[in-house]
Design a protein around this ligand. Structure first.
Ligand code: MN3
Length: 265
């Protein structure tokens, strides 16, 4: 073999190698593309079937976090924006996520509203009852809380004003009693003004995230006294937080809902 032939052979070998490399690359690219297509398809499918195609992933439904019905800074200076972000985006979201995890595999629960779930805990299978009580209660209580807050009026109106005066003597008499109940909750929980099954008004407290609905009582006003609701701004001073709470109750909304509830029976 002379030098020229050897060079020709080498060039040929190299071009085979190069060509093979290029082919392999092209093949790899098309495989990538196919894989990508499959990934996209899987993604589309899983979106289309709302998570059913991807059982390994944490469920994103059926319960979802309702958006805050006003800006995060809307309740400043009583409730600071940072607390609102944490309280809504992290704490409330966590209740929703854990409730979704609890009802996964229980289609008979997933088709109910969270209010239906906490209103009849005895209908929830024992294996997930505590989770629904805690996480469902957290979701129900906070969904109520955001809409009850806001800036709309300084005092109850109409039917609610009359009912409060009738039960507590005056608005300030009611405020005093709910304040005492809220500051007196031991540990984490809520203080409430509720409409009882008999139709009257009562002040009650619930531990943890228990919903008044679980005992047949309909919440009208609630005070969240979990530390996550106030610790950033008020530290250990719960009474200061409860005092500030009174300036961010949306009385127009609360009074309207109460009147509608009375009409509906
Ligand atoms: Mn809370």
């Amino acid at each position: 073999m002379n030098r020229r032939m050897a060079l020709q052979q080498m060039t040929g070998l190299m071009s085979v190698v190069l060509l093979g490399g290029a082919r392999a690359q092209a093949r790899a690219r098309s495989l990538d593309h196919e894989l990508l297509d499959h990934e996209l398809l899987d993604h589309e499918l899983s979106e289309e079937f709302d998570g059913q195609a991807a059982p390994a992933a944490a469920p994103t439904g059926p319960f979802t976090l309702p958006p805050l019905p006003y800006a995060y800074e809307a309740l400043e200076p009583s409730f600071d924006a940072e607390t609102m972000h944490l309280h809504h985006d992290k704490h409330h979201q966590a209740y929703v996520d854990k409730l979704n995890a609890a009802v996964a595999g229980h289609p008979e629960l997933a088709s109910k509203t969270v209010y239906e779930l906490v209103s009849d805990l005895s209908a929830v299978p024992e294996s997930v009852r505590k989770a629904v009580q805690n996480q469902g209660g957290g979701h129900a209580n906070h969904s109520f809380w955001w809409t009850m807050l806001g800036k709309g009026g300084d005092a109850p109106k109409g039917e609610l004003a009359k009912a409060i005066d009738g039960k507590f003597g005056s608005f300030s008499g009611f405020q005093e009693k709910l304040t005492v109940a809220a500051t007196g909750v031991f540990g984490s929980g809520w203080a409430w003004l509720v409409s009882t099954p008999a139709g009257g008004l009562e002040i009650m407290t619930t531990p943890n995230q228990d919903s008044p609905l679980s005992t047949g009582n309909k919440p009208i006003v609630g005070v969240d006294v979990w530390e996550h609701a106030y610790y950033l701004k008020y530290k250990n001073k719960r009474p200061d937080y409860v005092k500030a709470f009174w300036s961010v109750v949306n009385w127009d909304g609360v009074s309207g809902k109460y009147a509608d509830g009375k009409k509906a029976g």
